[in-house]
Design a protein around this ligand. Structure first.
Ligand SMILES: [Fe+2]
Length: 510
């Protein structure tokens, strides 16, 4: 398998192209460049390549090579006269990296030309040094520019992820957004996240774009790629996938891939991958982006898990608290949970934001929490309530509102608790608000509350048939109930809703 372990590119200055020919043409001085190991270098070629000496240059094992090695060993410029020529070896310094020494050789014909020749060599030496410095600076600038661009892309990607990732989204939604942002950034034909099954849940694959093989094969492809991946750094770039027979069999359309493992519990590994790109091969900058994205995604998924655990714990506490209220009246046992579930369904039908759907569930659970202060003799009374008793029970809205004050996490639900008995025509309580003065979530909980009351047995009457419930709700739409919420509720299969509510696990202190 053609696998590349990614490293950041380091610019290496090769012999500056054209310099040797230029100097030879203008001065008659033959120049050869040498690497740090004393081997001659080709102009503009790879730093470690064996030289193809420019026309007129000295050969590899001649005095120029020997003089270059001496200059390298001593770390200073060398000069010699011999074999009808004068030579200088110039040490080019650390900034040049790939090229370490240049040797210039000039043929001499007589004593008079020696001084002139030395001065000419010295001038050529300055020119060569200047050109090497220039090339080094140019490459450093290009590398810095490339590095800056990569950093910008990485920061930009992480910034976008920070904007779109929210811990209250589903894990699939998080991964889908991660894949989409990554694909847009590195211009891959497809990106995919794969998480192996765990804790009774099956494996999950999220794909964005056109994956060049069946999504059902992602697990096997990922497993195979993970097997061939090194541990440090834990990533893989393969730009020749079809050279691997097994990979060619598993994913015949896969040409290029960059993959980073996603840690999963119990030592399992998932993966985030980008597949195929027209033109440019995948390289270290792409791997760096995938790795950064995977890291950000892993943190968000873990944060989401912790957020969910905390949320569940809070809901369990709220349910326990609420069941202690429901327990005061055996006829209304489970009422709060049913109102919460119905409210959430209505909100979901109305396509309210996810935050509001969760909030209305919480508010539904808590809507009657104020009845914790209502005497059981009133709550359990089988006959009609007297005026005093009615006033007492009406206080549960304010009592609940006050109970929840100071609990920051429940602040948003307080308003619904206070206003769930308001009516659109202003005849409700405790404020007598009208129409749009009543928040939509309070109107939803008010409707769910009435629906559950009508479909439950009460001390003074049995539950009403569903047809009668529908008629009652329609009769009070626009005066008591919000028309949009009514439309959402009556649009449901209410027989099925009642069956589901009845068969759900009960939470009760009784
Ligand atoms: Fe109530």
């Amino acid at each position: 398998m053609a696998v590349t372990q990614a490293t950041l590119p380091t610019p290496a200055v090769t012999a500056p192209p054209g310099v040797a020919q230029d100097v030879l043409r203008k001065t008659g001085v033959a120049v050869v460049f040498f690497g740090p190991d004393g081997r001659p270098l080709a102009e503009g070629g790879a730093a470690a390549a064996v030289a193809a000496p420019p026309p007129g240059a000295v050969a590899a094992e001649d005095p120029a090579s020997r003089l270059a090695r001496e200059a390298l060993a001593r770390g200073e410029e060398q000069f010699e006269i011999g074999q009808g020529a004068i030579r200088s070896a110039w040490v080019l310094g650390p900034r040049s990296r790939g090229v370490a020494v240049a040797v210039g050789e000039l043929a001499i014909t007589g004593r008079e030309s020696l001084d002139v020749g030395r001065r000419l060599l010295a001038a050529v030496g300055e020119t060569v040094r200047a050109r090497v410095r220039e090339t080094a600076t140019c490459l450093e600038n290009e590398a810095a520019s490339e590095s800056l661009l990569q950093s910008f892309e990485e920061v930009s990607l992480l910034h976008h992820l920070g904007e779109v990732l929210r811990v209250n989204r589903s894990e699939e939604d998080l991964l889908e957004r991660i894949c989409r942002e990554l694909r847009d950034t590195i211009d891959a034909e497809a990106t995919a996240a794969y998480l192996p099954g765990q804790g009774g849940a099956g494996p999950r694959t999220i794909v964005v774009g056109r994956l060049p093989f069946a999504a059902a094969d992602v697990a096997r492809v990922v497993d195979h790629l993970l097997e061939g991946m090194g541990r440090e750094p834990p990533l893989l770039i393969n730009n020749h996938c079809q050279d691997d027979p097994l990979l060619a069999h598993l994913a015949p359309g896969l040409r290029r891939v960059v993959l980073v493992p996603l840690p999963v519990a119990d030592g399992l590994r998932g993966a985030l991958m980008a597949a195929n790109r027209t033109g440019e091969e995948f390289g270290s900058p792409d791997a760096k982006l995938v790795r950064s994205t995977a890291s950000a995604g892993t943190i968000f998924v873990e944060n989401r898990r912790l957020f969910r655990e905390l949320q569940e714990m809070m809901l369990d506490l709220v349910r326990a608290l609420v069941s202690s209220v429901d327990a005061k009246d055996p006829y209304t046992c489970g009422h709060s949970e049913r109102v919460a579930i119905i409210s959430r369904r209505i909100a979901a039908c109305l396509r309210l934001p996810d935050d509001d759907v969760e909030l209305v569930y919480l508010a539904g659970l808590l809507h009657d929490i104020g009845k914790i202060g209502t005497p059981e003799s009133i709550l359990r009374k089988e006959g009609r309530l007297g005026p005093e008793e009615r006033l007492t029970i009406m206080q549960h809205c304010e009592v609940g509102f006050n109970i929840l004050s100071g609990i920051h996490k429940l602040e948003s639900a307080r308003e619904v608790v206070l206003l769930h008995h308001e009516r659109l025509d202003g005849t409700g309580y405790p404020r007598g608000l009208k129409g749009d003065q009543i928040p939509l979530l309070a109107r939803i909980v008010g409707l769910a509350d009435s629906f559950d009351a009508m479909t439950s047995n009460r001390p003074y009457r049995p539950m009403l048939p569903l047809d009668q419930v529908r008629r009652e709700i329609e009769r009070h739409t626009g005066t008591q109930f919000d028309s949009r919420a009514v439309e959402a509720l009556l649009g449901m299969n209410l027989e099925q809703v009642l069956v589901e509510l009845e068969s759900r696990p009960k939470v009760s202190l009784q």
